[in-house]
Design a protein around this ligand. Structure first.
Ligand code: HEM
Length: 462
């Protein structure tokens, strides 16, 4: 929904969720969970440090205070597992890969995948990131010549998909990007049903609208990754990419190697977790930049200063500090993964509150990033909030687009490098502006998506 304009600048404010003042009654709550679960969170979640509620017979706690977040995600992390609703939504597709496993099974997969995300390895990927961004720039310029309109959400999905496939699987491996993107969207579309059914503790076999479509999408995605795994196993060639690393990985305790199913779980996890989220971060950034031409000018000035007006080189990316701040602020207002949910598997003390085993604990990133006690004028887009001095004065856990603690996003640095590289290649070449004055709808489907994409006119930047 469009928020009232900024009093000082008269500019339109970025779209936001308008929370219900009071908790929704059970039936409306369930209907809203199916339509758009983020609209269930009451105003208190944006104002209070902690909020307890019995949600459909289940004890639920929302944790917003940064110190309490530290307790849940860091200090007492071992007392929590991923939530049943999240697992029920994602495990049918991602099995027990890195994102959806717990305990020892998670630990050894994390150790196995970690080396590929080391800084020196990541910097080696930047030329491929820039090349993918340049291909997208050229295709956008071709569309601009034809007076075109593009769905920037779709364009960004393709760009980040290209990057993840080129870098992690070293080569496209014959994957159909359009079909995969459609598959992921179709799969995620039905997750609000799986969340609602998990809240009701309905058995897993219960049918729901879109289930068959989601299962077909999942089957397609899994077939594709199993094909890639089989091709790599059959080839004698050893490549230092993610599959190569995972094929070689051994559990230090048991010596066990990954089965084809384990590999498929993880490849699908990296393909989905690794491109959707970054694409959404960029999509929301383009939306915000369209509202703030003065910030576009500052980003362009920084890019020109760093590159000297020449083509972006890999070594420039880390020097684009303001461009990175713009992305960080976009992820504050629109965190691509807007919520993390855990379940306590033993009693835990969180601040003064005793959380009983079986309680669901929500870390509502979207609401924390707009929390009245943590941010000044929270709905305003202001990349200045990420200047180093401002960051130092803020609590580390007031901002957590990548999560925190041992389960922090493994792809964080990768995502920031690629997002900065993509912006720095596209912005000087093309001007994008929205086709409608109305802001996009915010829709929670595990990730935070613009409801009907983000159509934008594209022009060559003079
Ligand atoms: C802007 C982009 C991204 C955002 C906002 C994001 C966000 C997150 C968040 C919040 C988590 C923690 C989930 C939890 O604790 O419940 C997470 C985990 C994860 N992310 Fe990302 N992510 C992004 C990009 C990436 C990329 C590029 C990759 C891979 C190349 C990736 C792979 C993963 C994986 C595998 C996990 C599970 C880690 C574990 O549990 O050990 N993500 N991400």
């Amino acid at each position: 929904m469009n928020a009232p304009p900024d009093q000082q600048t008269a500019r339109p404010r970025p779209v936001r969720i308008v929370p219900p003042r009071d908790p929704l009654p059970a039936f409306r709550l369930l209907r809203t969970v199916v339509r758009n679960p983020i609209e269930v969170w009451p105003q208190a979640v944006y104002e209070e440090p902690i909020y307890r509620r019995r949600l459909l017979n289940r004890d639920t706690v929302f944790v917003m205070d940064p110190e309490l977040i530290r307790t849940v995600l860091v200090d007492e992390a071992a007392k929590f597992t991923k939530s049943d609703a999240m697992l029920r939504s994602l495990q049918p597709a991602l099995g027990e890969g890195l994102l959806t496993a717990d305990g020892e099974r998670w630990r050894w997969q994390r150790r196995a995948a970690a080396p590929i995300f080391r800084h020196e390895r990541l910097t080696g990927f930047v030329p491929e990131m820039i090349a993918a961004a340049e291909r997208r720039r050229d295709s956008l310029l071709a569309r601009a010549e034809a007076g075109g309109t593009v769905d920037i959400a779709h364009e960004m999905m393709h760009t980040t998909f290209d990057i993840i496939v080129e870098t992690m699987l070293s080569g496209r491996a014959g994957i159909d990007a359009d079909r995969v993107e459609r598959g992921i969207t179709e799969y995620l579309e039905s997750t609000s049903w799986t969340v609602a059914l998990a809240l009701l503790r309905a058995p897993r076999w219960v049918p729901y609208p879109g289930r068959r479509r989601a299962e077909r999408a999942r089957d397609y995605l899994r077939r594709e990754v199993l094909r890639i795994v089989a091709e790599r196993r059959a080839s004698a060639e050893k490549r230092p990419d993610l599959i190569g690393l995972l094929l070689e990985a051994r559990d230090p305790e048991t010596g066990r190697a990954m089965s084809d199913q384990d590999l498929a779980d993880n490849l699908l996890t990296f393909i989905t977790a690794g491109h959707e989220t970054t694409a959404l971060a960029l999509t929301w950034t383009f939306y915000l930049l369209d509202l703030h031409p003065e910030i576009v000018d500052q980003v362009l000035a920084e890019i020109a200063a760093v590159t000297g007006g020449n083509a972006l080189q890999p070594e420039h990316v880390e020097d684009l500090a303001y461009t990175r701040q713009v992305l960080q602020e976009a992820m504050r207002l629109y965190p691509p993964a807007p919520i993390m949910v855990r379940e306590a598997h033993e009693d835990v003390l969180v601040g003064d509150d005793r959380i009983a085993a079986g309680t669901s604990v929500y870390v509502p990133i979207y609401a924390i990033h707009r929390h009245a006690r943590l941010w000044d004028d929270p709905d305003r887009f202001d990349p200045g909030r990420f200047e180093p001095v401002a960051v130092k004065t803020r609590h580390r856990y007031a901002y957590l687009p990548f999560g925190a603690g041992p389960r922090i996003c493994i792809g964080m640095s990768f995502a920031l490098l690629e997002a900065v590289a993509i912006l720095a290649v596209l912005l000087p070449a093309v001007r994008l502006y929205r086709t409608s004055v109305n802001g996009p709808d915010l829709k929670l489907r595990i990730t935070l998506r613009p409801g009907a994409g983000l159509p934008m006119h594209v022009e060559r930047r003079p």
